[in-house]
Design a protein around this ligand. Structure first.
Ligand SMILES: Nc1ncnc2c1ncn2[C@@H]1O[C@H](COP(=O)(O)OP(=O)(O)OP(=O)(O)O)[C@@H](O)[C@H]1O
Length: 246
């Protein structure tokens, strides 16, 4: 079954066309790296899958039109710059808002156990009682990932989850995601600027307002696709064709 199908998806902001005629089919259990230059429409694409921006065209999740999909089946980690650190909550409480997105509320025994389990899953149980304002960027990123995982979603949408995370933290992050996928069969779409990470995905979507390439990394990360999307190639820009061993 397809986890996600988009057909002729277009998004406009006034006269500006952010996405045009995007069509793709993502199989269940895929790990898709979404790459493209700044302003290519990557975040807008994820937001349209969440119903957060108006679009034209068709989006189906697990075979159902978007409006018929239980939002609990989707986990979302937005870009770190949109996180609110001043929110007066402990990490554990923020994770629990993934179960019931209202605030304030009393944390029941079951919600607490589920939130702790989600924090443990991302190696952050020691942060449970820490206020959000006292977390580093990477720690906050993990807590938001735990919040996205707490409902055990079948589809996980991640907007540059490795931003602000050091190299060790980044490897850990991919390990947690892999373990979660192996356990649940979930489908993951992850926006990244890291081509190394993209080479490890099952599929790569190269986007620049339109779909430039979609398929296994060796095909989608071809020189032709990267040149078309980024307009240049070169190590100085962190963009290259051959992957790790090139
Ligand atoms: N709400 C909005 N209103 C108007 N324009 C918007 C809005 N959201 C996004 N845009 C524009 O749409 C384009 C695509 O934005 P988007 O954030 O999806 O790009 P991106 O590929 O995620 O970029 P980056 O790599 O910089 O995060 C940009 O030119 C952006 O300015």
């Amino acid at each position: 079954m397809w986890a996600l199908e988009a057909e002729g998806l277009s998004v406009r902001f006034g006269d500006f066309v952010a996405l045009e005629g995007v069509s793709l089919k993502v199989p269940e259990g895929a790990f898709v790296a979404v790459i493209g230059p700044n302003g290519a429409g990557k975040s807008t694409l994820l937001k349209s899958f969440l119903g957060l921006v108006p679009f034209r065209g068709e989006v189906r999740l697990f075979g159902h039109p978007l409006r018929a999909v239980d939002p609990k089946r989707i986990g979302y980690v937005p870009q770190i710059k949109t996180f609110d650190r001043t929110f007066p909550a402990l990490s554990l409480e923020l994770v629990a808002t993934g179960l019931r997105p209202t605030w304030p509320f009393r944390l029941g025994r079951e919600a607490r156990a589920l939130a702790l389990e989600a924090l443990r899953r991302v190696g952050a149980e020691d942060l449970a009682e820490r206020p959000l304002g006292r977390l580093s960027g990477g720690q906050l990123q993990r807590v938001y990932l735990a919040r996205a995982l707490v409902r055990r979603p079948k589809l996980l949408l991640l907007d540059e989850p490795a931003t602000g995370v050091d190299r060790v933290g980044e490897v850990d992050l991919y390990r947690y995601l892999e373990a979660y996928q192996a356990e649940t069969g979930a489908t993951v779409l992850m926006i990244t600027h890291d081509l190394d990470a993209a080479h490890h995905a099952s599929h790569v979507l190269v986007l620049n307002r339109r779909v430039i390439g979609f398929g296994p990394p060796e095909r989608a990360l071809s020189e032709a696709c990267l040149r078309q999307a980024f307009g240049h190639l070169g190590h100085a820009h962190g963009v290259y064709a051959g992957g790790k061993d090139a």
